[in-house]
Design a protein around this ligand. Structure first.
Ligand code: MG
Length: 205
């Protein structure tokens, strides 16, 4: 499986990072070695001095998808979750300055915690554009996202990405992070929720 991640997909996050609004979905990938499951602890890699959390709505693809029209994109997923797109922000800044690819700051091992169990979208009301999620660090809410605030909706994202890359059953789409990103430090405890249901609960080391 592979992981497709969308960047710069919320206006409030783009303002905090001083990114311009993208004209089309901006995406990058993480390999399957980026997955971190079982609420295992996240170890801050030694190559970064500024490792940021980014809580994101994650969509699990449930069929083969090639160049699908936005109108039909809803047929290729039925389960969602919240995941973290850990980012070596200091390295990413350098990549952006240099116009270099982002893999070095985004695709590293265990940089994508996801829950073992995703939630059927139907249990959450069935509307992918009406989902609230949040992230707490040490008991304090630091990010609150609403999928309806995305610049590019999940269906637009899937239509766009599948023009270039065939999506397969089990692939994950991280749909971008809202405002409130920040650095983690050893000892932090992260809890992520989707519509009030706890999705992730793990420690940083
Ligand atoms: Mg992200």
């Amino acid at each position: 499986m592979k992981i497709i991640c969308i960047g710069h997909n919320y206006d409030n996050h783009n303002r905090e990072m001083e990114h311009s609004r993208p004209a089309e979905p901006l995406f990058f990938t993480k390999p399957d070695t980026a997955i971190l499951r079982n609420n295992d602890p996240f170890y801050i890699p030694d190559f970064t001095n500024e490792c940021h959390y980014e809580a994101e709505l994650v969509i699990k693809i449930n069929r083969l998808v090639k160049a699908i029209d936005e109108r039909f994109a809803h047929r290729c997923y039925s389960e969602v979750a919240v995941g973290i797109d850990f980012t070596a922000r200091d390295i990413q800044r350098r990549c952006i300055e240099q116009g270099a690819p982002w893999e070095i700051c985004k695709a590293f091992d265990k940089s994508a915690p996801v829950p073992n169990t995703f939630i059927p979208l139907e249990e959450l009301g069935g509307d992918i554009n009406n989902l609230h999620f949040s992230l707490d660090v040490n008991g304090k809410t630091v990010q609150e996202g609403f999928s309806g605030d995305m610049i590019f909706s999940p269906d637009k994202i899937i239509a766009h990405v599948s023009k270039f890359i065939t999506l397969k059953m089990g692939d994950l789409i991280f749909t971008g992070t809202p405002v409130g990103v920040g650095a983690v430090k050893s000892g932090d405890r992260l809890k992520a929720s989707l519509e009030g249901r706890l999705m992730l609960d793990f420690e940083v080391r």
